[in-house]
Design a protein around this ligand. Structure first.
Ligand code: TA6
Length: 287
């Protein structure tokens, strides 16, 4: 059986022993266990803070939170009543039976349609299918939105992935050199990345614009490839000790054990014509 259902989640299982757990709450992937293709033991690839509440009181502090329909705090009047990063990560999604189960992997689809709470802050008609696919040494998360109105729908979306690492100080992310980025640690100043490899030795909160959609994350122990689809930006975030210790649901020293690398539409809004669809996502592979 390629999956198990618990009261709060779906656990996908691969014949090679890999697994992924997706909560109905926020459609948040909270675990991805996989060995590397060269062998070795199964290893948890995502970080989730042990202080993250699981009672639905707050978005999960870790895993892959789904950021939609805004990134960051509201910037438009029509979004003023929405929480930071929107409502998708703190809404319970419905799930459908497996959509794929073959030698290439196993997928599950979760569905989000407007609830009364959502309509109160975002009065639009849409349906989202979020498809999580577990393959041999690979995890994909794809976001399919259909605009059910006859007028355009504007939104942001970002996959806020917390990679578990042995030591954040050893992480290097490439290729970001030459890109313009919004440096949120320096009052959102726009800067040009001059480093061949980006580290998070300092408090880092950078929104790289018009990025390559193909990245390598070297954790110092493993190398992972991240490929994104239709998501032009990528955010690199690690709060470090000063800011990290102020995050209420961050476990002690948690910032030393993760780096966030987040493909998304963070510096711009996507606009989907009435009745049309938009699909974007990411594929993470262990190299
Ligand atoms: O993606 C980076 C970021 O926007 C940071 O500015 C920081 O706020 C982080 O998201 C976490 O946001 P959260 O609302 O989950 O505390």
């Amino acid at each position: 059986m390629p999956y198990e259902r618990t009261d709060s989640s779906i656990v996908l299982k691969h014949p090679n022993g890999s697994s992924a757990e997706i909560l109905f709450y926020g459609a948040t992937v909270v675990s991805w266990k996989s060995a590397s293709p060269s062998g070795g033991d199964l290893k948890e690839r995502l970080f989730v803070s042990s202080k993250s509440p699981r009672d639905g009181s707050k978005p999960i502090r870790g895993g892959i939170p789904v950021v939609f329909p805004i990134f960051g705090p509201p910037t438009k009047p029509e979004h003023a009543r929405m929480p930071q990063h929107g409502f998708a990560r703190s809404t319970v999604w419905k799930w459908e039976e497996l959509v794929m189960d073959n030698e290439s992997g196993v997928s599950v689809r979760l569905i989000l349609e407007p609830t009364a709470e959502i309509e109160a802050v975002f009065p639009h008609k849409f349906v989202i299918a979020y498809v999580v696919t577990l393959a041999g040494h690979q995890l994909s998360t794809d976001f399919h939105l259909r605009n059910k109105e006859d007028k355009p729908l504007a939104f942001q979306v970002l996959l806020h992935t917390y990679y578990a690492v042995e030591a954040a100080k050893n992480v290097r992310i490439t290729p970001l050199k030459g890109l313009t980025y919004i440096n949120k640690v320096k009052n959102a100043a726009e800067e040009i990345e001059e480093r061949d490899a980006v580290d998070v030795l300092q408090f880092t909160d950078s929104v790289y614009k018009s990025a390559s959609k193909e990245y390598e994350i070297d954790t110092g122990v493993d190398k992972l490839s991240l490929k994104s689809r239709e998501l032009n930006d990528v955010v690199v975030w690690n709060p470090g000790p000063e800011a990290g210790s102020k995050i209420a649901d961050m476990e002690d020293g948690g910032w030393e054990r993760y780096v966030c690398v987040e493909p998304g539409a963070a510096s711009y809004f996507i606009e989907v014509e009435g009745g049309k669809r938009w699909v974007g996502g990411q594929t993470i592979s262990i190299l």
